[in-house]
Design a binder for this molecule. Structure first.
Ligand SMILES: [Zn+2]
Length: 123
C-alpha cells in the first residue's frame, strides 16, 4: 500500500503541475498518514457510493484519491477523500454541490428501491 500512496502523490503532483514535495510540505500530503488512511479506507467502503472495496474487481486500483473541490487548493486535511475509481471518474471536475446532489439522488433511489449500489449506475 505504500506504493499506492507514492503513486497517488506522484500522479496528483503531475496533474496539479506542482512538485510532489510541495504536496507533502505545503498541503499536508504526509505519506505515513496517507498510508493509514488507505488501509482504513480499503477495509471499508467508498465514501460516496458506500460499496465495499473488498468486493470490487480491481483491488487497490479501485481505491482513488478525490480532490473534493478542484477549484481550491488541495489541502489533504480538508479537500481530499479516498473513494472508488467509479465515483471519482463520474465526479471528475464536478463541483462539490453538483456532486453532492447526485450522491443524494442515488442514495434516495437506493433507499427507495432497497437495491444494492451498482457501480454502473454512475456511468
Ligand atoms: Zn464509489
Amino acid at each position: 500500500m505504500a506504493v499506492k500512496v507514492r503513486n497517488v502523490i506522484n500522479t496528483h503532483a503531475r496533474r496539479l503541475r506542482i512538485a510532489g514535495d510541495r504536496l507533502r510540505t505545503h498541503f499536508g500530503w504526509h505519506p505515513d498518514q496517507m498510508l493509514r488512511d488507505v488501509q482504513m479506507a480499503y477495509a471499508g467502503a467508498c465514501v460516496y457510493c458506500h460499496s465495499a472495496f473488498i468486493g470490487m474487481p480491481h483491488g487497490l486500483h479501485d481505491l482513488t484519491l478525490d480532490i473534493v473541490n478542484p477549484t481550491v487548493q488541495p489541502y489533504y486535511a480538508t479537500n481530499v477523500r479516498w473513494c472508488c475509481q467509479t465515483c471519482n471518474r463520474a465526479k471528475q471536475q464536478m463541483s462539490p454541490e453538483a456532486w453532492g446532489g447526485r450522491c443524494a439522488f442515488w442514495d434516495a433511489y437506493r433507499r427507495h428501491t432497497k437495491r444494492p449500489v451498482q457501480p454502473s449506475f454512475w456511468d
